[in-house]
Structure formats: structure tokens, C-alpha cells
Design a protein around this ligand. Sequence first.
Ligand SMILES: Nc1ncnc2c1ncn2[C@@H]1O[C@H](COP(=O)(O)OP(=O)(O)OP(=O)(O)O)[C@@H](O)[C@H]1O
Length: 283
Amino acid sequence: MVNHFDNSFAGTKQPDTKHGVILYVEDVNVSFDGFKALNNLNLYIGDGELRCLIGANGAGKTTLMDVITGKTRPDTGTVHFGQQIDLLKLDEAEIANAGIGRKFQKPTVFENLTVFENIELSLSGCKSVWSSLFHKLNGEQQDRIIEILHIIGLVAERFYPASRLSHGQKQWLEIGMLLASEPKLLLVDEPVAGMTPHETERTAELLTSLAGKHSVVVVEHDMAFVRSIAKTVTVLHQGSVLAEGSMRNIQMNPEVIRVYLGEESAPEQPSTKPSVITELVKS
Ligand SMILES: Nc1ncnc2c1ncn2[C@@H]1O[C@H](COP(=O)(O)OP(=O)(O)OP(=O)(O)O)[C@@H](O)[C@H]1O
């Protein structure tokens, strides 16, 4: 394979996306005690793209996110952010500083701080709760917080303690906290789990609005939600990409139909045939 990644990571440079790709995951393998969680996985995320990643329980979605964010090191393969930043040479904090933000399923906001203060804490350069809250914000920082509050739809709630927010609002706040560090790539794990239909709809609008300026990868089991936001969907199965394309193409893909409705439904692991994906190909 031609090595088109000729420079190593150098400080805080922007990812080189001149070929329109922000994330290159190539031939990645991860094994846990001999079990292949990722199996020669290849994935490319376009600059500014909103991509949905779906797959049954155990398909490898979380492991893939862990590899991208430096939590898990692959046995073999390469992972680059833009053309030049080799993520396998960086630790988790350096990867976050390079511009990759991750939001886990469960919101982790500071319940006793206000919505505004939660975002303030996350602004680049603020190192600790103590120094952040006693650090006087300059006009630019205040404007940025207000801008984020508008993006996440929590302007009216900005002086509420986060504990007063609904589950959905906490998820948006956490997305706002991620935005404060100006990530180029956002990895979002099951954003609408536990949300009301109205919150789900607003989350779809929020994530869609972030694409363009940011690249967004959403892992989600809610197929109606995926259908509402995704232009391109990647289906993972047993640690590899099974299919990729529009939702319509995925639903009609013979491999997807065979795996999720057909003979290859792994009887020894019943959870690998989840109803959500089955719903997808049936609908
Ligand atoms: N630290 C670990 N040690 C051993 N096995 C692991 C470890 N992490 C993941 N696995 C296994 O690797 C496989 C892939 O797991 P992973 O969590 O990536 O799947 P997933 O697609 O995120 O599933 P889910 O939708 O349930 O979150 C599973 O069979 C899981 O049991």
C-alpha cells in the first residue's frame, strides 16, 4: 500500500483534509484474548460529513470509537486524522487536543454548576474547575459561550443549574461542552437513547446543523433516528464493514439482508440479531 501519510504529528496543527477526508482507518485489527473485535476494518470519514454507524450488539462500534480516541490500541492497522496526523502515536489527551471530541451515551455534566458555567469550564485553556470559574472571561469567550448556547438551544436555561435540565437537555449541554473545545471531528454514542420524541427530533436538527463545520460520527441503534439524519450509513458486522451507503441502499443490500434476516444470524450469540437492525431491513 502506498504510504500517503508522510509527516508525523506536530503539535496543534489542523488536520490536512485537502483530499476531503478527515479520518482514515485502514486495515485495523483488534483482538481481545483471541477474539477479533475489529477485523481488517477500513473506514473513511469525509470532512464535514455526518455519518451514522450501525450494527448489532458486539459488532465493534465501541471498539472502533476506542481506537480512534486512543483508548484501545489496535494490533495492526493505521489510523490518521487528516493526511498527516498519526493517531496511533498520540495518547488520549493529545487526540482530544488534536480536535477529536467524544460524547459517551450517559451525559456527564456538572450538576451543581449552571449551564453557562458548564460550557465555560470546557472552553479551551481553562484547566480546572477552580481556575476556570475564577478566571474572568474576555468578550470573545463570552460571545463564544452565547453562540454555543444558541446552537444547543439552551439560551433560556443558561443560569439554571444543570441538575434542573431534562435528560435531553443534558445531552445537548454535553454536546455544547464538546463544541467549546472546537473539535473538527465529533464522535457521538447513542445520543437519543432515553429521549422523548420531541427531544429526539431536536437532536436530529442539532447534529445535522453541526455537520459541515464539524465532521460527526453517530453510533445509534434507533433506526428511525438514523433514517432522519443520515446521508451515509456504515453497517458494522463482526468487526468489519458489511455495507455502506444511503439508508435505502443499506435496506436493500443483499449482504445486510442475509446477515440480519438470513442464515448467518449467529445462533450461539442471539444478541447479534437485534430487532432494531431486523426492523431496518424489514421496513
Ligand atoms: N475489553 C474487552 N475485553 C474483551 N472483550 C471485549 C472487550 N471490549 C469489547 N470486547 C468484545 O468485543 C466485541 C465488540 O464489542 P463492542 O463493544 O465494540 O461492540 P458494539 O458494537 O459497541 O456493541 P454494543 O452495541 O452492544 O455497544 C464484543 O464481542 C465484546 O464482548
